[in-house]
Design a protein around this ligand. Structure first.
Ligand code: 13P
Ligand code: SF4
Length: 297
């Protein structure tokens, strides 16, 4: 099947982009593996006729918005992100009415319709930098309330107001203080994603996006307990075979595991499922995403 996928990829002039949480077999076939920001930047630059996003829907939508001339597909149509569903256009409109002087920062883990109402988007890799780049003191931030808390801690001069107060990722909020304690007993560093709970973030030695973890693990040799989706650890072990990484076996994003090799082969063959968005939504969302890219990682 791997041979067939490579042949189809060449025949269709396709590029395969996979998120760090994708199964290793998919990562191995991808031209690009990265975090949300890295995938967005690479999708914008892609010259291939067909862009295949192995990840969740918001990642494929972002690729389409940034490169609307290309055909963008996602192998499994219903691979979504439950965190994205915490934010609705109505919540953003209501928040704007209540805080007319605030800037609206929307995390990329959101729908295209929500991004279209943002002043700027951010990812976990650049959230602090994005908010810091704004002249507004008050920032409306959604959907992730834990990432909002992280940005607030890093930028105390700002007032960060979560648009969806309960917005969270179930995979990352599954990490508890008991996990921190257990990791401390194993020794080494506790490395967590900023979607983890604030009390867990406070105890961590390093807070990073998944791409930040890939880069950060290049330095040092102490063991890492990695508080994010467990496939991240599979990737880190491939990249740094001499280093010890501990995962939490229960930390699985079900949607990230929906795409199989058979799905990828069929998607390439049939060129489905195509991402189709209204031109108005794409145009407005593109402004917010490109503004983020201009701020940098
Ligand atoms: P990254 O941008 O850090 O890869 O995070 C995406 C994500 O969905 C985290 O759960
Ligand atoms: Fe969404 Fe959480 Fe899965 Fe990331 S890990 S895609 S935030 S549900």
């Amino acid at each position: 099947m791997e041979k067939e996928i490579r042949a189809l990829k060449a025949r269709k002039n396709a590029v395969i982009m996979a998120h760090n949480y994708q199964p290793l077999a998919i990562q191995a076939l991808a031209d690009v593996v990265g975090d949300s920001l890295e995938l967005a930047v690479k999708a914008k630059e892609a010259k291939a006729d067909l862009i295949v996003i192995c990840g969740v829907r918001f990642m494929a939508e972002t690729a389409k918005i940034l490169n609307p001339e290309r055909k963008v597909i996602i192998p499994v149509e219903d691979a979504g992100c439950p965190l994205a569903d915490f934010l609705t256009p109505d919540l953003i409109r209501e928040a704007r009415q209540r805080y007319p002087d605030a800037a609206v920062v929307v995390y990329v883990n959101s729908t295209a319709e929500s991004k279209a109402l943002a002043d700027i988007t951010c990812t976990s890799a650049n959230a602090v930098r994005v908010v810091g780049s704004l002249s507004n003191t008050t920032i409306l931030f959604g959907p992730d309330a834990n990432l909002a808390a992280y940005v607030q801690r890093e930028l105390p001069e700002k007032t960060i107001i979560p648009i969806s107060p309960g917005g969270h990722c179930y995979v990352h909020t599954g990490f508890t203080l008991a996990d921190v304690e257990a990791a401390r007993k194993k020794g080494g560093m506790v490395v967590c994603h900023p979607e983890c709970l604030p009390e867990v973030q406070e105890k961590a030695d390093l807070i990073a996006s998944t791409g930040g973890m890939v880069r950060g693990a290049a330095d040092g040799d102490e063991p890492w307990s990695v508080f994010t989706e467990r496939e991240m650890v599979s990737r880190l072990r491939v990249l740094y075979p001499g280093r010890v990484f501990y995962e939490k076996p229960e930390a699985v994003c079900a949607d990230m595991k929906k795409i199989s090799l058979a799905d990828l082969q069929q998607a390439l063959d049939r060129e489905e499922h195509e991402i189709v968005l209204s031109p108005e939504v794409m145009d407005r969302a593109r402004r917010a995403i490109e503004r983020m890219i201009a701020v940098g990682a």
